[in-house]
Design a protein around this ligand. Structure first.
Ligand SMILES: [Zn+2]
Length: 687
């Protein structure tokens, strides 16, 4: 905290200097929330001081992000086939209207301006990228007979629009191959926009993917899917309108396209650590990089073009080691080592490096600089966080202790536009040591709702806490204000004055963040505290393609999560499940309020044997045709005691994707509180 206080003092000093300078007014941008506040003098001062620390003389990103521009369509909006807006860059036009904003970190303003580039670019002759149509880039490599697509983005409509632009301005040719760089949805879910599954089945289009692609494409999204979807409201600011006071971009790109999603499984999986193939006349060396940015990921070296595709391993950001929406913590050391391997294998020959987000880097010196810089970034956080941990620094302190070395953070591509040093450093400790800080008081802690009333009572009730909270807020001591107001809100969820004051505190902390995930999380907290959780916005990750792609055992495991064990008192039964079309068989057993399954066995004394096609299982999974209807129509057969299916079904609950996070915020929003905006539909989040 000493660092923070010092920087506030410096920031206030800086503000007094610039207070005389004119401009930088934001009066034209009204706040979207009736209770919303502009940045305080403290926040403005912190952002001014932050600007002074930035490597502004390095403008290479602006040159690189503009290089090779060919064309852009007139409209910045892409419509979804379903009729709604899938992608809208217009709503970010405010970013281009002025240089600086006193409610957005200057580094984030810069990144969001860079991400406003929209159109078709030549990387080198034969390689083209469409950027700014989706979260991910659509990249096209010219083969002998057609286009090879690297990562068809997250939405069919986006990649189709990208291909149309390519056809119009470069050359109209069919897509002959697709390469999925990794298992995150923004890199494959749009595939049906440029590939017809019939052509894949007929062998006209090949689809390549890294080792273990399919299991990882699905598994990360299923078991904790509902919780992750809810957490997206925070990390991705789903509720926040695009505004200087709200959502300003996602760092990797401006947003996520809300279009049609699907999945066509790969026809060829790259199994070896490195593997060379010639695809439609283009030589490619694949480098599997498991457990980096994704559990299943691969870089690609195109030796004849001297071009290195860095997948999402090397982009223009410090990426997530820990993802706020909630994923298993990533391995920063493995990530660093695979970047180093790429540097040594391809870095001496590469003349261009391009990736699935952001813009390319040209020239051997620049490529080596970025590869080394990113290698050191990930190795440094891994090693130095553990260095501190080995001397007793805990998960609850490390974010206030670990600092990225200035030589690393002075490189724009190493700045925290997706990960942040704060949440990533906690992630590293979590990976190696878990959540416990070895303080017995936090080992079996009271739930917040149970601990808070004791504090509030001891502090003399709400009035003195509000007075102190206001004093801290007015002094710009926002983290301290949050500490005590959070207790009051947990003790008194109905105390709207307390929630409003805490919202004001979160809002200022949000404005101060460079990292969009942190900004969005604080601003989302402010939003929900002021007006509750609006209805609408229900992300659904179980599309028919995904249901088909999900392995049966993964689905059965998920049933064990979907059932509420408290509804299964006394239940005991065994079901044999047979899917003859793919030759699978399972035993499901309900015992001790728990549902388990085992593949490859059948129980001799099963209460029920259910025979159903694998497709039928997928239909039941998506709700397209219930199990009961399939049995009634003779598409599924049952033998034995059918009643156990009813017993099983009676244990299932429907997860609510809008569960309460902050106390006293459940229920619909007060409609008048917000000026007109629409909650985005967000289906695919892969980062
Ligand atoms: Zn991505």
């Amino acid at each position: 905290m000493i660092f923070k206080r010092l920087s506030i003092a410096l920031a206030v000093a800086a503000l007094t200097i610039i207070a005389c300078s004119p401009g930088n007014s934001q009066e034209d941008f009204g706040h979207f929330a009736a209770k919303g506040k502009p940045p305080s003098e403290h926040t403005k001062a912190i952002l001014v001081a932050a600007k002074g620390e930035l490597p502004l003389s390095d403008t290479r990103d602006f040159e690189e992000s503009s290089k090779g521009f060919i064309a852009a369509p007139d409209s910045k909006i892409i419509m979804a086939d379903a009729g709604h807006v899938a992608w809208d860059m217009e709503r970010f036009n405010f970013l281009l209207e002025q240089e600086e904003f006193d409610s957005i970190h200057p580094s984030l303003v810069r990144q969001s301006k860079l991400n406003m580039k929209w159109g078709l670019y030549e990387v080198i002759p034969g390689i083209y990228q469409v950027r700014g149509f989706a979260l991910a880039n659509a990249t096209f490599v010219r083969g002998k007979t057609g286009w090879i697509v690297f990562d068809p983005t997250e939405a069919s409509e986006s990649v189709r629009a990208a291909k149309d632009l390519l056809d119009k301005h470069v050359e109209k040719l069919p897509v002959v191959a697709v390469i999925y760089s990794h298992n995150h949805g923004d890199h494959w879910a749009g595939v049906r926009g440029v590939v017809d599954q019939a052509d894949v089945l007929a062998g006209k289009v090949q689809i390549y993917a890294p080792r273990s692609f399919m299991q990882n494409a699905i598994s990360e999204q299923v078991f904790a899917g509902n919780a992750m979807n809810r957490r997206l409201y925070y990390q991705y600011g789903v509720l926040l309108p695009a505004s200087p006071y709200g959502y300003v971009g996602q760092g990797l790109s401006q947003s996520t396209a809300a279009g049609h999603t699907g999945l066509i499984p790969p026809t060829r999986v790259i199994e070896d650590d490195t593997e060379e193939l010639t695809i439609d006349g283009v030589r490619m060396v694949f480098q599997n990089t498991p457990n980096t940015e994704a559990p299943s990921e691969m870089n690609t070296w195109l030796p004849d073009l001297k071009a290195f595709w860095a997948a999402e391993n090397v982009t223009g950001v410090f990426h997530n080691i820990y993802t706020l929406r909630g994923t298993p913590v990533r391995d920063a050391l493995a990530w660093s080592k695979y970047i180093n391997e790429a540097l040594y294998m391809f870095g001496n020959d590469a003349e261009v490096m391009f990736a699935s987000h952001h813009w390319p880097r040209w020239g051997k010196d620049r490529i080596q600089e970025v590869l080394k810089g990113q290698r050191d970034l990930y190795a440094n956080i891994n090693n130095q966080v553990l260095h501190h941990a080995n001397q007793g620094v805990t998960i609850n302190q490390i974010h206030n202790v670990y600092k990225t070395p200035k030589s690393i953070s002075d490189q724009w591509y190493n700045r925290g536009y997706h990960g942040s040093p704060e949440h990533n450093s906690r992630g590293v400790i979590n990976r190696y040591l878990g959540y416990w800080d070895v303080n017995p008081a936090t080992l079996i802690p009271l739930s917040p709702a149970d601990s808070a009333p004791i504090y509030v009572e001891m502090m003399g009730g709400a009035a003195p806490i509000m007075a102190k909270g206001r004093e801290l807020h007015n002094a710009g001591r926002y983290f301290e204000a949050s500490e005590i107001l959070d207790k009051l809100v947990h003790a008194e969820p109905g105390n709207q004055d307390a929630k409003d004051l805490l919202a004001d505190v979160y809002e200022q902390i949000g404005y101060q963040q460079e990292n969009p995930g942190l900004r969005n999380s604080f601003l989302a907290g402010a939003y929900e505290l002021r007006s509750g959780i609006p209805e609408g916005a229900t992300p659904d990750s179980m599309t028919p393609d995904i249901a088909r792609a999900m392995t049966t055992d993964l689905f059965l495991d998920f049933l064990g999560i979907l059932m509420d064990g408290r509804n299964a008192d006394g239940m005991a039964f065994t079901i044999n499940l047979v899917t003859p079309d793919n030759g699978e068989q399972f035993v499901l057993e309900m015992s001790n309020n728990t549902l388990t399954n085992i593949e490859g066995y059948q129980a001799e004394d099963a209460d029920l044997t259910l025979t159903i096609t694998r497709v039928g299982v997928a239909l039941a999974m998506t709700g397209a045709k219930s199990l009961q209807d399939q049995i009634a129509d003779g598409e599924a057969q049952v033998e034995g005691n059918v009643e156990v299916l009813g017993q099983l079904a009676s244990t299932f609950v429907r997860f609510n994707p809008q569960f309460e996070i902050l106390p006293g915020t459940a229920g619909p929003a007060v409609a008048d509180d917000y000026n007109d905006f629409e909650v985005g539909e967000m289906d695919v989040h892969g980062e």
